[in-house]
Write a protein that binds this ligand. Sequence first.
Ligand code: SF4
Length: 270
Amino acid sequence: MDEALYSIPQQLSAAAWPGRLIVRASDPAALVAALASENPERLVAVQLLSLTADSEPFDAWAPGLPVELIMRDPAGEFPLLYGHSNLLDNHPVRAVIPVQPGFGKAVKVALALDFAVRLEPAQPDPALVEELADSLGFYLHQATVSQPVEFFHGTLLGFYHGRPEPLWAVLDEEPQSLRYVADDGTESRYGRLAGADIRADSAPDAGLAAWIDRVLASAGECRSCEFLASCGGYFKWPRRDYDCAGVKRLFGELRAAAADLRRDLAAAPD
Ligand code: SF4
């Protein structure tokens, strides 16, 4: 079984939770003070929940620790990303962007600032699939892009190397190891899986493949889907009747891009 990874709010004592931690922060100065005596090697990442907060206390603290900037309203918040560019001096920085109308602007600003991007696609409607297609085109063809945009990057590499990984892994949402600790200390599954049937815990050593089998027992379309290895049934959660035509098109574009890349590299002079 993978070691549990706990996402805890900054006001809870890190000492109360075993193993590895992601700490959610809205007050960077208070977090740095609270973790002064904590073993920094337990920290996997810090998530900044409020982009209006001053992130300067993070600048020189725990060099190398990844910082995620959590966006709630990407179409309105994208100008706030500029205020956190100094973090790059000492940290890998990733903007976490929910796929909502107008999110593409935040993707472009994040990439222009040299931030990586993790999209939260959920179950995008047809209009959002078009916006995803636009962002995918930008990611694939804009020469200035130097940072990964997930889930595009991990999926592209999976196709390129012939070793696809399901989106649960590509998007760091692995349900068998992630635990979310609410502000009151209540523990549940992470993110959009918070309401999932946790009977999967009855097989504590079950890996991601077993989880996918269990969760998708009722999503028959996935069984014959040509992209199951790259998706893992991600888009059939939580609504099993979600129409995957649009996201399959995106997977198809990524597969074609990987084939183009292989062909270009094979044709390149030694
Ligand atoms: S694209 Fe849709 S049908 Fe295919 S594996 Fe993913 S969720 Fe299942």
